[in-house]
Ligand binder design. Sequence first.
Ligand SMILES: Cc1cc2nc3c(=O)[nH]c(=O)nc-3n(C[C@H](O)[C@H](O)[C@H](O)COP(=O)(O)O)c2cc1C
Length: 200
Amino acid sequence: MNVTTAITERRAEKMFDPCFTISDDQVTQLMEKAILSPTAFNLQNWRIVQVKDPALRQKIREVAWNQDKVTDASLLLVLCADLNAWAKEPARYWAGAPQMYQDMLIPAIDAYYRDKPQVQRDEAMRSSGLIAMSIMLLAQEQGWHSCPMDGFDFDAVGALINLPADHVVCLMVAVGKRTDESFARVGKLPLDEVYFVNTL
Ligand SMILES: Cc1cc2nc3c(=O)[nH]c(=O)nc-3n(C[C@H](O)[C@H](O)[C@H](O)COP(=O)(O)O)c2cc1C
């Protein structure tokens, strides 16, 4: 499947086959590719939790608008991020790069994020959004389906997965096999309402 087809055919699916399974090896292969997604300063600040425990899935569903896919999809991924990834041995993010880049970028990481909670949080959301899309397109390539989700109580989900204090929950992604064909895409805005050249 090429990228255009994956993008065109991906839909936010509502109902998933609870009997369809994705093996641990398949998940590992998918995630190994997904983590090639870009992050600012190569921070790789995403921290992704696959919730396997059915009882925990049920508890998450209860704080996620009772969405069926939380329990029924083959995979439930909670995409979190470490707000302090920038401070945790940042030299490793550039290990092996030409010395000139290491000398420039490692101090720049500190200057960019230190004492800037809004920037740290923005970066968490940017990184998670990008890897979420990679996960969904990789799933599509496998013939699976997906749904991104923010219809849930973030604090409650964080508590259920033991979220560390310096991490945030960004979104969830369900992956599996849909049970029904999606209805046609609706409400798409015309391109000239969302795409501009030079200025808004
Ligand atoms: C960040 C984000 C959160 C979303 N949350 C939910 C959700 O909680 N439940 C749901 O069914 N769909 C959710 N969606 C799916 C959107 O409603 C869907 O992407 C949009 O209507 C366009 O449909 P399409 O993705 O099939 O083209 C979410 C999408 C995004 C990007």
